[in-house]
Write a protein of this length. Structure first.
Lengths: 203, 558
């Protein structure tokens, strides 16, 4: 139902998943190119016993995520272990082409950071990280606006989307940064709201 | 043979099959219900019903492995991590698309009653008389007056919540208290009423109970219906009809039973039973009964009829009219409008309402005349944006995060659900060259929407735009996200009811003209599609047909 797009609202009617409606997944669902679909070696990197990303990479992504969504009055992305989450999502949900973009991005983010600040990302302090990722986000936005529909996404767009998804649907994000009620028990379509009240985690 | 003999056989256990089983067993008939898929036990087998979002490894999304395994299901929201086990395997049960057709199936006890959208609307005489008045297809053999008591009967048992509105195109029913429109929806509804003589926006009529009913708990506003409801708050085979049938002591339920043929006796001109392929053991078993209810879902019911060919009926049981497999319909959708709501920043909602608003049909009614026939209704809702919204002026960091932890502006979207016409050449056939996992030939689809539907889609966008703008929304945009037949998951037709055996497969009581002890009461029977969600009509047709069948059995007419 939805069915998606800006139509998160409409989606609920048909029995579709509400989670799907609020999903980003633009990277995750970018269309596989024809040759990827049919070529024999095209299957995404298979699930393996060992993690898709190593501890260093996960650690880097935790810090990238924490810079995007830092701890404020409420916990940040690192508390939601978004690095491990990204590892799982890229491994299982991304097309081989998107996986490649993402993996290259892990190297590129450090190179780009060095070029801008003279230091690797992890060597930067929080203020430097924020400045760097703010400029990277601007680059990503311009890139996304200009790219052709089927072109690969910018690696930082992937990281930002996965950080948001990973954080706000995590237990920490849903229950501490947002409000989560397993069983509301009733519906009220007109309750007072004042600025600062947290949003519901699910709709 | 004796141990395989029952009074009645029901093929399929979804919405209509469950109703057939309930009605037959309550009337004292020893009944076997045959279901091709596995058993799903109420509550116990709703394995994800109590999961939190973070308990899904991919947070409910789809993996590349799922996409590879479900080449059809992946086309819509249907492919997701939360209820994958309720959807049939595209690989085990392939089909042929001469033209594209989205066929989303549920092969388990309960069928798609577990994941259905639950919107429940009566058809009116605008619908039952439509084919006759437009001079297309064939006339429905029933009118609203005959159907009304059966709608009441099924509504009272199923539990439909809704508001009485007195609209001739959407007759009122036996409703439980309605769910509530939210503050923005109420405002828009009032403006639509003020702006238009014949347009209304009402709360959806849904098969979610709003008060306790038959050992079922009223809706808890979790909005997770498609996972199976541990409270039994929405109507499904498991929550409603199956326990009623079991309570009679007259029901036998047999999962993993693929009915391959209805066995026709040319001497008595009746069906005598069915042939079953056990989906686990591949053994063939025969069951016998005096009456058979075919409720395998629209296209599988038609497949069974076609696959029941004999030298008497080489085109399949019920094929004498030449209409079996023809007149395939659905509801076309994914065209409408959405926009932003100004104000109401001091308002929010509590609870997750598994229901939206409904704008009943207004086109080609009450003197209105368009360049197409029939019409559409809208479904939709208003709500505040969540964390996935774009905040263009922000980038990353603490302020960005804190902004996303608050709700965004109110928006509202509506999507039309339009009637598709019964075109004779929109058809399915059996393709004997392609086989499913069990070696059975599969269906081939050759159907598409036409000019009438395409013209209607323009109104679905433009009328939505105009109504929302007039209601005060800003930045209203139309959309048409494209539509493939079947995507509405409202497959209808292919064994239509009618008044004449020369032009229809079923008579006015859903009996196969060529074998009157076979009743088909799922979507296959639909003579036209109307634009309302169809399941309530299948329930009413089923209860009515069982009443007829039992009466005919007593009179020894079948």
């Amino acid at each position: 139902m939805n069915r998606r797009d800006a139509l998160a609202r409409v989606a609920i009617i048909m029995g579709g998943t509400v989670i799907g409606a609020d999903f980003f997944l633009t990277s995750c669902s970018s269309p596989a190119k024809k040759d990827e679909k049919t070529a024999a070696g095209d299957t995404p990197v298979a699930k393996e016993a060992k993690p898709f990303l190593d501890a260093n990479q996960v650690g880097l992504l935790d810090e990238v995520g924490e810079t995007i969504l830092p701890a404020t009055q409420t916990p940040g992305a690192k508390a939601a272990q978004v690095g491990s989450f990204m590892s799982v999502m890229v491994r299982d949900c991304y097309t081989p082409a998107d996986q490649k973009t993402f993996l290259n991005g892990l190297t590129k983010i450090d190179q780009d950071c060095k070029a801008k600040t003279g230091k690797g990302f992890l060597a930067c302090d929080p203020a430097q990280r924020t400045t760097f990722l703010t400029s990277l986000d601007a680059e990503q936005k311009a890139f996304t606006q200009n790219k052709q529909k089927d072109d690969p996404a910018h690696y930082f767009r992937m990281m930002k989307e996965l950080t948001l998804l990973g954080f706000f649907t995590s237990e920490v994000g849903a229950t501490k940064a947002l409000r989560y009620l397993p069983i509301p028990g009733r519906y009220d379509g007109n309750v007072p709201y004042k600025k600062g009240d947290r949003a519901w985690a699910t709709t | 043979m004796e141990k395989n003999t029952y009074d009645a056989i029901v093929i399929g256990s979804g919405i209509s099959g469950g109703w057939a089983a309930k009605e037959l067993t309550e009337k004292g008939l020893k009944t076997i219900m045959l279901e091709r898929g596995r058993n799903v036990e109420h509550i116990k087998d709703y394995v994800n019903a109590n999961k939190a979002p973070w308990e899904y490894e991919h947070r409910g999304g789809k993996t590349q492995e799922m996409i590879a395994n479900y080449p059809v299901l992946k086309r819509d929201y249907t492919l997701n991590e939360t209820n994958l086990s309720y959807w049939a395997s595209d690989k085990d049960s392939p089909y042929v698309e001469i033209k594209p057709f989205d066929w989303f199936r549920g092969y388990q006890v309960g069928g798609r009653s577990l994941m259905w959208g639950r919107q429940s609307y009566r058809l009116s005489d605008f619908d039952f008389e439509a084919n006759a008045k437009d001079g297309i297809a064939v006339d429905w053999p029933v009118r609203y007056k005959e159907m009304a008591p059966w709608y009441s009967y099924v509504e009272k048992f199923a539990g439909i919540s809704g508001s009485k509105e007195g609209l001739p195109q959407l007759p009122d029913g036996e409703f439980m208290p309605p769910m509530e429109m939210n503050v923005v929806e109420k405002d828009v509804a009032a403006r639509i009423k003020k702006n238009y003589a014949h347009r209304r926006m009402v709360i959806g009529r849904t098969a979610n109970i709003t008060m306790p009913h038959h050992n079922r708990v009223n809706c808890q506003y979790r909005n997770k219906c498609w996972l199976g409801c541990p409270f039994g708050s929405y109507f499904s085979t498991q929550s409603a009809t199956l326990p009623a049938a079991v309570a009679t002591g007259n029901l036998t339920l047999r999962p993993f039973s693929i009915v391959t043929r209805i066995l026709y006796d040319k001497d008595t001109k009746r069906a005598k039973g069915v042939e079953v392929l056990d989906a686990e053991t591949n053994q063939t078993i025969e069951y016998f009964a005096k009456v058979i209810f075919l409720n395998a879902s629209t296209l599988n019911s038609t497949w069974i009829l076609m696959n029941s060919a004999t030298d008497v009926w080489p085109g399949g049981l019920g094929s004498s009219s030449g209409e079996l497999g023809h007149n395939l319909m659905d509801h076309h959708f994914r065209a409408g409008a959405h926009g932003d709501v100004e104000g109401f920043e001091d308002k929010y909602v509590y609870g997750r309402r598994a229901n939206g608003i409904y704008i009943p049909r207004f086109r080609n009614l009450f003197g209105d005349k368009r360049d197409y026939i029939r019409g559409f209704g809208y479904q939709g809702s208003a709500g505040r944006e969540g964390w996935s919204r774009d905040i263009p002026e922000m980038s990353i960091g603490g302020d960005f995060k804190d902004a996303l932890t608050e709700p965004g502006k109110w928006t509202m979207g509506i999507t039309g659900f339009g009637e598709t016409l019964p075109y004779h050449d929109n058809q399915v056939t059996i393709d004997k060259t392609k086989k499913d996992k069990w070696g059975l030939p599969v269906l081939a689809f050759d159907a598409s929407i036409r000019d009438n539907e395409q013209k209607m889609r323009i109104d679905m966008m433009q009328d939505g735009l105009e109504m929302l703008e007039k209601a005060g929304l800003k930045n209203v945009r139309t959309y048409n996200n494209g539509y493939t037949l079947g995507g509405g998951i409202h497959e209808m037709g292919t064994a239509r009811m009618g008044r004449d055996p020369k032009t229809s497969v079923l008579n006015g009581h859903n009996q196969v003209w060529d074998a009157p002890n076979v009743y088909v009461t799922d979507g296959a029977a639909m003579t036209s599609a109307a634009c309302q969600n169809p399941s309530l009509t299948y329930m009413a047709l089923t209860a009515r047909a069982v009443d007829h069948a039992v009466s005919e059995l007593k009179k020894q007419n079948i």
